[in-house]
Every structure is written in structure tokens, then in C-alpha cells.
Design a protein around this ligand. Sequence first.
Ligand code: HEC
Length: 213
Amino acid sequence: MQKVILSLLAITGIYFVSCTSESGETSEICFETEVRPIISSNCTLSGCHNSIDKVSGYDFSTYEGIMHAVKPGDHSTSELYKVLIHPYKEKPPKPFNPLSEEQKITIAAWIEQGAKYNPNCVSKPCDTTSVTLSRSVRPILNLYCGSCHNSSSPQGGVDFRTYENLRIYIDDSTLTYSINHINGFAMPKNSSKLPACEIGIIQKWIALGAPNN
Ligand code: HEC
């Protein structure tokens, strides 16, 4: 596995920032908690690769759909990765933010590891002690709700970039409804629910009064 990292480093010229366990072994990248959120947050927006619009024939709202753009074990020939680094076809297109280098590496490494649907894969223990907005909740919103609600062209006009804006959806309870898929609300849009751990962290922060900490 070290070899994979080295070749990724060589190809992309960027650092492999995560995915190494304490023992120094590269750990398995989890589809549900690491790969799916990046793809559903950035590629399944309306007018893009969701089950209704299927732009270019791609529906990235399911694992099977994603696999149509993946050659397991070879990220450099996988369409899913190629468009991320393409000089002028870079995805997602403007005005959406491009993926971060870390997100590109996560996708590349997952493909190199065989692009497995590994439902029992555990990426990290669930820590719900001392939950704060900046350390616990923001990273979840960035990963799962990402370019839809954190950009200058927010989907549905719902913009989470400032605390005041985020507070609107806490106070009217739609944040709680949407992550729990209740009362007709369901987010992330066109994707499955957040993992139980992530929902628990957000709920705990809201229960503490949703402080701006
Ligand atoms: C693929 C794009 C996309 C992603 C990812 C996404 N949303 Fe949304 N969100 C929308 C759109 C579009 C709307 C407008 C309502 C609709 O079309 O369902 C919306 C509306 C909302 C609303 C307002 C209530 C409502 O449903 O009208 C809340 C709250 C919300 N989203 C929370 C979230 C949270 C929390 C996440 C991440 C866990 C998330 N969204 C991820 C696209 C997205």
C-alpha cells in the first residue's frame, strides 16, 4: 500500500494527508463515510448527475451508478477521477467550488484500493464528547452539505456559510427534520442519510443550544 501512496504522490504532486492509521498502515477508505459524501455533495446537484437529470448518462446517487465511471484499481483511467484534474473540464463546473486536493486524493486512493462498497468499514470512532460548531459540526456540514450550501450559489437559497444563516434552519427545525428525513424533509438531497454518528453529533450540538463555538 505504501507503493500506492508514493505513486499517487508522484502523479498528483500533492501530499497524502489522511488515511494512515496510528500503526503507520494505510487504512481502508470507507465508501459510505468518505467517498459518497464528496460525490453526493458535489456531483448530484439538480441539473447534474442525479437519478433524474443523469447528465452524460451518469447517475452518481448510487454506488452502482458511480461504478460506471470507475475502473477499480486504476484511478488514472477512471472517468470519475479524470474529470477532477482535467485542465478545462474541471468538475464540478463553475460557479461551484472545485474539490479540494484532499478530496481528490481520497477518491483516487479509494479507486486504487479497488473502489469497494465496504459497508462495514469504520473510518473513525464516534466521538460525541465536547461537541463544538467549529471542531465537530462544521466539518460534517462541509463534507456532506458542501458545495450545495457553502457556496456563492447556494442550492434552494440555503446558505450555511455564516452562523446567522445556519441559525435560521436550526430555529425553524428544518435542519433537524432534513438530516433525520422527517416531516417531508430529506437531506443531503438525492442521497442516503448521514451516518448515525454524524447525525448524533449535530443533534447533540443543537441540544446544547447550538452555540457559536
Ligand atoms: C446536492 C445538493 C444538496 C446537498 C448535498 C444538500 N442539500 Fe440541502 N437543499 C438542497 C436544495 C436544492 C434545497 C431546496 C429544497 C429542495 O429542493 O429540496 C435544499 C434545502 C435545504 C434546507 C431547507 C429546508 C428544505 O428542505 O427546503 C435545509 C435545512 C437543508 N437543505 C439542509 C441540508 C443539510 C443539513 C445537508 C447536508 C447534510 C444538505 N442540505 C445537503 C440541495 C442540497
